[in-house]
Design a protein around this ligand. Structure first.
Ligand code: C2E
Ligand code: CA
Ligand code: CA
Length: 956
């Protein structure tokens, strides 16, 4: 718009351009005209006056003629009468008469008058006068020529009569002349009057013409200009003045027209600009008000504008935002300095556009994440910030779980396949490649059916598809084909993800290779490598397995135990009760043995009453000892054989790979030897192949026998270790940890005696005691802190025979009069591994009673998140081994994060164990861990000390 305004020079030049006939010329012409009229007026009047002047002189002279004629007669008469001077007077008067007459005839000056020639006009009268004068003069001269004797001087009457007559004629003649002259003068006067009237008329006409001209050429145009100027001022920019001449007024008119047009354009532009501005503002408001993101304009730390979304995001109304709220009110205190610095930087102009993510503070104090896009602008000639703000809390959350999902996806040992709705592979994970042999590039884009083995019939796949289309899920065993062509069995779970409108978006398949297990199963049922009586692997199979386990242990770098079990006094049973009964006993013994071990372990029958056990992948030698003890216990139980009851026991020899030997034969020999040693020591016992181990075992045996007295002799103590709530920083839980005050050995760690108690079964008694002890303590502490909780450790052995959650537990607790919800029972993962229906029922019983369940030492064993869903648990305790290597950016950090997120997804709260440093606490808090426990806060301490601890905290 501005560019349409002509530069100043051009503007001025345009005004100067036309060179008109000057109006001053016209004015000059009019003045000259008026001057001419005036001059001609003077001239005409002067001519008239002059004529009158002549007429008056002439009449005067004519009057003189009349007078002189009479005077002459008189002077002559007197002279004749003897008055001598009369003659001279008459002669002078005659002369005078002659001059006067002459002047009338020829013009001239008489008596001071200019007399014009009138001979032509009055020649008749003059002619008469001249003739009569000649007569009169002669008469007079004759009269005067007579002597002047007074006696004789008497004038003859004749003479006198003649003079009288002549002078009479003279008088009459003069009178006649004057008469004519007077008539003539009157005529002239009339003419002069007429001329004067004419002159007046001409003057009037000329002046009228001038007036008309001035009116037309000056007044009207000026009036029109004035009128149009008023119109222009009133806002009519269309006005134009039409004036055809190129004089000053023409220039004025043209300039006016030009100005009007320019003003019109300018005003039009300004109005257009104003409309544009109003429209732009309208658009901005419309956009801002309906925007799904926060829009704001901030200046001097306050909001100049904030849209509804923005206000809503922070829990205010838009009016409050622009009224009472300051920008810093929306910033968490810790971040204020940073924000202030940023604002300063922006105002300095260091950063025009900004884009950042930061934390924001809602009216209620809640902190959330926002993303801000901002830029600076001019507002009331000062710098302001205009920006858009997005609440990205959800996005952040989604990002985290995406990352974790991606991590799980990449690191899982289970194969994963993602296909689209038509069964085309979209993505696979590394485990997929490991199992199927297809690299990702080869798999993506192909149909999942490429893995089909041909081992299943149509009906199988139809069932699968039916399940998928109706429920979106399928789970089961399926045979597929690897890239190498080899068939393999997998345990497959398929889930479906849907688009928002309910269409299939992706199918996600998870599978693990179960070929080995399948094969094993098949062998069991198909080959004759099994003992027909007990269905246990026979010697051949045992050898095979032993070698296999050795290889496995070698690969995994783990140890493995081999046990040789020989029944004591079996021969007696056989001999007395017969082979048939003996066979039944063997069958039962085989079953009992199998129940002592995990599914992956092998129990074999070498022949007669000789059995072996291969315990693969042992993490501790104590595990073997526990199993050996279990075997002894089980086999010592009475055998019901039809109507008979038989008691047998067993002698067990134990040897370890690779400590005692690396070859299968050697190991078998070792175990056999050790078994004989057990027999020699008196049977119903186990014996190690290595002497030092044997010693340790003996020491443990002694501890075990001392432990019998521990409960009855009140040697056990319960210590408490605080568990801190990370949200509040307060202690609201404690873990009960048992201690044994041994009369000789001093304070014995539970790590040393709990495994023994578990082996001997004393754990049940100890466990119950700890439970009641903790329950009593809890009742007491709850009076101070009503929501206090104590977690109690439980061993799997306590559940095996349904000894946990027994009515009596609850009965005793009922007596204490406090909700069972205050108790948390800690279980180990191994319990979940062997979850039988009975154990599940027990755990369910605990939960039904309001007791919470916590999974202890998570991350050390199988750490399968899928176990978590097998049974409802409330807390997950992440083993302290993870805390050791926890630092910013470490792998443990990632693992913690994964475990925490997964647990939270399942609605489980997380306790991190073994927190020893502030750094660890901080990182755990950052990752969203719920509780922490560790030496950082306190070691396990006696109840009285714990009370002081709590008390101190309460005071703080
Ligand atoms: P746990 O259940 O994992 O108990 C936590 C152990 O970690 C305790 O050892 C505790 O002293 C230790 N601990 C706690 N904070 C830290 C720390 O910051 N750093 C380190 N290095 N260690 C920390 P404690 O008391 O020796 O107990 C050993 C284990 O004995 C327990 O491990 C638990 O499995 C078992 N246990 C203890 N009391 C009982 C009980 O009453 N019944 C049963 N069945 N087992 C028990
Ligand atoms: Ca524990
Ligand atoms: Ca633990």
């Amino acid at each position: 718009m501005t560019k349409e305004v002509a530069p100043r020079e051009t503007y001025l030049t345009r005004i100067r351009l036309p060179r008109p006939t000057s109006i001053s010329h016209k004015v000059a012409a009019v003045l000259v005209l008026i001057l001419l009229v005036a001059v001609s007026n003077v001239f005409v009047v002067r001519t008239i006056l002059e004529e009158f002047h002549g007429v008056a002189s002439t009449i005067n002279v004519a009057g003189r003629l009349r007078y002189l004629s009479q005077q002459i007669a008189l002077s002559t008469v007197t002279a004749l009468n003897g008055w001598s001077p009369g003659k001279a007077a008459a002669e002078a008067e005659i002369h005078e008469y002659e001059v006067a007459l002459e002047s009338l005839m020829r013009g001239g000056r008489v008596h001071g008058f200019d007399v014009r020639t009138v001979a032509m006009d009055y020649y008749l009268e003059l002619d008469v006068i001249r003739r009569d004068w000649a007569v009169f003069r002669k008469e007079i001269e004759d009269a005067l020529a007579q002597p002047s004797d007074p006696s004789e001087s008497l004038v003859s009457a004749v003479q006198l009569g003649k003079i009288n007559e002549a002078s009479g004629r003279m008088l009459m003649n003069a009178e006649r002349l004057m008469q004519s002259m007077t008539v003539d003068a009157q005529r002239r006067q009339e003419r002069a009057l007429n001329a004067t009237y004419l002159l007046l008329l001409v003057d009037v006409l000329v002046l009228a013409g001038v007036a008309v001209l001035v009116r037309r050429q000056v007044v009207w145009p000026l009036r029109t200009l004035a009128q149009q100027s008023r119109n222009l001022a009133d806002g009519n920019y269309e006005v134009q003045v039409h004036y055809p001449y190129k004089d000053e007024i023409g220039v004025l008119a043209e300039t006016f027209n030009y100005s009007a047009q320019r003003i019109g354009n300018l005003v039009g532009n300004i109005e257009q600009e104003r409309r544009n501005l109003a429209q732009a503002e309208g658009m901005f408001r419309g956009l801002a008000e309906n925007s799904v993101v926060g829009v704001y304009i901030a200046q001097d730390g306050r909001f100049h504008f904030a849209n509804a979304k923005m206000a809503h995001m922070f829990g205010y109304t838009p009016e409050e935002m622009t009224g009472s709220v300051s920008v810093l009110d929306l910033v968490p205190e810790d971040d204020r300095l940073l924000v202030e610095m940023n604002v300063e930087r922006r105002l300095r102009g260091d950063a025009r556009g900004v884009h950042y993510e930061r934390r924001a503070r809602r009216r209620d104090g809640a902190i959330f994440d926002v993303e801000v896009f901002g830029s600076t602008m001019e507002l009331n000639s000062r710098t302001a910030t205009i920006g858009i703000m997005l609440d990205i809390t959800e996005r952040k959350k989604a990002e985290t779980s995406m990352q974790l999902a991606a991590m799980v996806y990449a690191h899982s040992s289970e194969g994963m396949t993602i296909t689209d709705a038509n069964g085309f592979i979209v993505d696979v994970n590394p485990a997929f490649t490991k199992i199927t042999g297809y690299p990702r590039e080869e798999a993506v884009g192909r149909r999942i059916s490429m893995l089909r083995s041909g081992r299943h019939d149509r009906a199988f796949y139809e069932d699968m598809w039916h399940a998928l289309t109706t429920t979106g899920q399928w789970q089961g065993e399926i045979w597929n084909r690897r890239k190498s062509g080899e068939l393999y069995a997998e345990w497959l779970t398929i889930n479906t993800s849907y688009t928002p409108d309910g269409l299939v978006y992706r199918r996600i398949a998870l599978f693990s290779d179960i070929t080995q297990k399948k094969k094993t199963d098949e062998l069991v049922w198909t080959q004759a490598n099994f003992d027909t009586l007990t269905q246990l692997p026979n010697r051949l199979m045992f050898r095979d397995r032993l070698e296999q386990e050795i290889r496995k242990a070698h690969r995994a770098g783990l140890s493995m135990a081999l046990m040789f079990i020989d029944l004591d006094r079996f021969k007696e049973v056989n001999d007395t009760l017969g082979h048939g009964v003996g066979d039944i006993l063997l069958k039962q013994a085989a079953l009992r043995l199998t129940n002592c071990v995990r599914e992956s372990d092998t129990v074999a029958r070498l022949g007669g009453d000789e059995f072996t056990m291969i315990l693969g992948e042992l993490s501790s030698e104590a595990d073997a000892e526990r199993i050996a003890q279990d075997v002894l216990n089980r086999l010592a139980e009475p055998f019901v054989l039809g109507e008979e009851i038989a008691y047998v026991s067993a002698s067990v020899g134990i040897t370890f790979y690779p400590q005692d030997g690396t070859e299968a034969d050697d190991l078998l020999k070792n175990a056999d030897q050790a078994m004989y040693a057990a027999k020699e020591e008196g049977r119903n016992r186990y014996h190690y192949f290595t002497p030092s181990m044997q010693e340790k075992a003996q020491m443990r045996r002694r501890l075990a026998s001392d432990l019998h007295k521990a409960v009855t002799h009140r040697q056990l103590r319960v210590y408490y270790q605080p568990i801190v709530d990370l949200r509040t920083g307060k202690i609201r839980k404690a873990e009960a940890l048992v201690r044994w005050q041994h009369p000789v050995r001093g304070l014995v760690s539970p790590a040393d005696f709990i495994p023994i108690a578990e082996d001997t079964g004393q754990i049940v008694e100890i466990g119950n005691w700890v439970f009641y002890e903790a329950a009593q303590q809890l009742a007491k502490w709850r009076q101070v802190i009503p929501d206090f909780q104590i977690s109690v450790n439980t061993s799997p052995a306590q559940y095996r025979k349904g000894r946990v959650g027994h009515e009596s537990w609850f009965e005793r607790v009922d007596n204490l009069d406090f909700p069972l919800g205050g108790i948390i029972v800690e279980i180990t993962e191994s319990l979940l591994l062997e979850t039988t229906d009975a154990i599940k029922a027990q755990l369910q019983g605990l939960r039904d009673a309001g007791i919470k369940v916590s999974l202890d030492d998570f991350g050390t064993g199988y750490s399968s998140l899928s176990y978590l869903s097998r049974i409802d648990i409330d807390y997950l305790k992440i083993d302290r081994a993870f805390a050791t290597g926890l630092s910013e950016g470490s792998e443990n950090m990632v693992l913690y994060e994964a475990m925490i997120v997964m647990a939270h997804k399942l609605g489980i709260e997380v306790v991190a164990e073994g927190v020893e440093t502030e750094e660890q606490r901080r990182l755990l808090e950052k990752m969203g861990c719920d509780y922490v426990q560790g030496f950082l806060f306190s070691r396990p301490i006696p109840a009285e000390q714990f009370e002081q601890f709590i008390h101190a905290e309460q005071q703080a």
